[in-house]
Write a protein that binds this ligand. Structure first.
Ligand code: DHB
Ligand code: FE
Length: 286
């Protein structure tokens, strides 16, 4: 049985990637956001995960509006990055946890999730920025990865309830994986932001705090809003919270909040970072 050590939830604004490339972490604009990763670095140094399962959304690099899977699971030996237009430095390829990918795919299909399996898959800023934030300056890859892309772009979108169920099915898959590897889960994107249209720049602190308060102890609360309601509440890109909801499901029932950071704005986004550690049955008794 793999050990699920915890979950890292973070915004993935592309400008963060440029700030990393330019070494702006202590710049007054960026510091309040980057400081939120110090507890994550300390925790990762102790938790020592081998594998990262990442719930994120592709922004047009690998999938476009003509062909858009609702849920896509990577099953590649390696994942190439490319610049989909933000001018970020292209990162070296990420090694895939291919055996785990197929185990997750088998379990999801057996659980009646009609996912798309991708033996080739390019990964964009929504995956690379959170990894670069978590392991700053890492040339060699500290983890192998399983990318799981959720459609947050082309309507109709999956419901929050379905995303939580997907995450819970991934949790079952991890629990039945015969390996002693340590798994960290990522949920990327959000929180509230809208990049386009009349509401460009829209941010909703109240909804963001509702999400941050409930994600750990009561994730089902986040499923009370439909996808369209979430777009009303969080903005047309704030719907990326679906990635956080799925990732929360993959952690299992009990979690403990290790750290939280919320800062407005980073670019157009209410930026947030949250670290949840899984609580085992033994820890609960203690
Ligand atoms: C921004 C935020 C995103 O989530 C994204 O994918 C692209 C841009 C932004 O705020 O600039
Ligand atoms: Fe995004």
């Amino acid at each position: 049985m793999a050990q699920i050590v915890g979950g890292i939830f973070t915004s993935h604004v592309p400008a963060i990637g440029n700030a990393i490339a330019k070494g702006l972490q202590d710049d007054p604009y960026w510091k309040p956001f980057f400081d939120g990763f110090h507890p994550v670095h300390r925790w990762l140094a102790a938790a020592k995960p081998d594998v990262a399962v990442l719930f994120y959304n592709d922004h047009g690099l690998n999938f476009f509006l003509d062909k858009m899977p609702t849920f896509a699971v990577g099953a590649a030996a390696r994942y190439e990055n490319a610049d989909e237009g933000w001018g970020l430095p292209v990162m070296a390829p990420f090694p895939g946890a291919q055996a785990l990918s197929w185990h997750i795919i088998e379990h999801l299909v057996a659980s009646e999730f009609d996912i798309t399996m991708c033996q080739e898959m390019k990964v964009d800023h929504a995956l690379t920025v959170p990894l670069a934030l978590s392991w700053p300056g890492a040339d060699t890859r500290p983890v192998t990865i399983v990318p799981i892309a959720i459609n947050t772009v082309q309507h109709p979108l999956p419901s929050a309830k379905r995303c939580l169920a997907l995450g819970r099915a991934v949790h079952e898959a991890l629990r039945s994986w015969k390996s002693d590897e340590r798994v960290v889960v990522f949920g990327t994107g959000g929180l509230s932001h809208q990049l386009d249209g009349q509401r460009a720049g829209f941010i909703n602190k109240d909804y963001d705090h509702f999400c941050l308060e409930n994600l750990g102890p009561a994730p089902d609360a986040l499923t009370r809003h439909s996808a369209v309601d979430i777009i009303e509440l969080a903005g047309s890109q704030g719907i990326e919270i679906l990635n956080w909801i799925a990732a929360r499901g993959a952690l299992g029932e009990s979690v403990r909040e290790v750290s939280r950071n919320y800062h407005i704005p980073i670019s157009n986004t209410a930026a947030a970072t949250m670290l949840l550690e899984t609580v085992t049955a033994l820890q609960k008794v203690a």
